[in-house]
Design a protein around this ligand. Structure first.
Ligand SMILES: C[S@@+](CC[C@H](N)C(=O)[O-])C[C@H]1O[C@@H](n2cnc3c(N)ncnc32)[C@H](O)[C@@H]1O
Length: 288
């Protein structure tokens, strides 16, 4: 037994920061301008596996990254969709387009008696195609996008749903064997007029690619290209569904009509969504 008590062990030199508490996270998020700070904090706590991962997520969120990019997924039409950084985050309003497509897809299955052929053009994360496959099962599903990051992300969601993903400019990306066979063609094209891109919230402007947002001078450049080629790819009685703003719908309808598609407009006040739907007449010969 020593005559003097031994000194206490020297504390570790490495500073160990205390794990973040819920209220600290809420305060930090609120200070960074997150309106739903409590809900976001809850989500970050339930997603982060370690205290360090949580701190990193809080830091990325306070730098302005979309919440979906921080946690790596978005909830869409009742399912969890993987969303990688740099890929368009699926919007709630697009669930309205999905609902319309589900309706038409179910009727197509009854009419044709075979799996519905679904194409998700401009697929981004592949959210629309993936949820359609789940709702319309069985389907033959194809998705395509021009952006390599979107294609990589879509492969995670669409392959899991039994579909295939192609990379390229609109229809150029698709297997030619699909010509004249598509029952449901969904194309959530970029539709923000170029001059209005700068007015979008920073989360979109700074963290989603311009090619996913900018639809040209009046926002309808890509939509016009899709409507021009769609009749060659749709099956007789097949449908093209495109999201627009309410203001753009009349010009979109014009583009559908010009290309021989029978148009109608569907609106949702609740989701603030407008969808233009064009049907290839069953009797008309396929344009060459
Ligand atoms: C508004 S985002 C929609 C993404 C996804 N469909 C959704 O609703 O979440 C538009 C997508 O179109 C893609 N895109 C833009 N121009 C394209 C083109 N010419 N060919 C194929 N994809 C294109 C962008 O890369 C982007 O992923």
């Amino acid at each position: 037994m020593p005559s003097h008590p031994s000194p206490l062990p020297t504390p570790l030199a490495v500073p160990v920061s205390a794990p973040l508490t819920r209220s600290a996270v809420v305060t930090t998020l609120r200070a960074a301008g997150c309106v739903f700070a409590e809900d976001e904090a809850e989500l970050l706590f339930s997603t982060a596996r370690t205290a360090d991962a949580l701190a990193a997520m809080v830091e990325r969120r306070t730098r302005g990254l979309p919440l979906e990019h921080v946690v790596g997924w978005a909830e869409f039409y009742g399912r969890r969709i993987a969303v990688d950084p740099g890929v368009f985050v699926p919007r709630r309003r697009t669930e309205f387009l999905v609902g319309q497509a589900v309706d038409l897809g179910r009727r197509a299955a009854v009419r044709t008696g075979r799996p519905t052929v679904v194409v998700d053009l401009c697929c981004g994360s592949g959210a629309v195609g993936a949820v359609l496959a789940a709702a319309l099962n069985p389907v033959e599903l194809y998705a395509a996008d021009i952006e390599p990051a979107a294609v990589r992300c879509a492969r995670r969601n669409v392959l899991a749903a039994g579909g295939r993903v192609h990379e390229g400019d609109l229809f150029d990306a698709l297997p030619t064997g699909l010509r004249g066979r598509i029952d449901i063609l969904v194309a959530n094209v970029p539709y923000v007029p170029t001059e209005e891109v700068g007015l979008l919230p920073p989360e979109a402007r700074e963290h989603e690619p311009l090619v996913a947002l900018d639809g040209g001078a009046d926002g309808l450049d890509v939509l016009r290209r899709v409507t021009a080629a769609a009749p060659q790819w749709l099956a007789p009685g097949g449908h093209l569904l495109v999201e627009t703003s309410e203001r753009q719908a009349p010009q979109a309808v014009e583009a559908f009509t010009r290309n021989g598609l029978l148009p109608r407009v569907a609106d949702s006040d609740e989701l603030y969504a407008t969808v233009v739907i064009g049907t290839r007449p069953s009797s008309a010969p396929r344009p060459s």
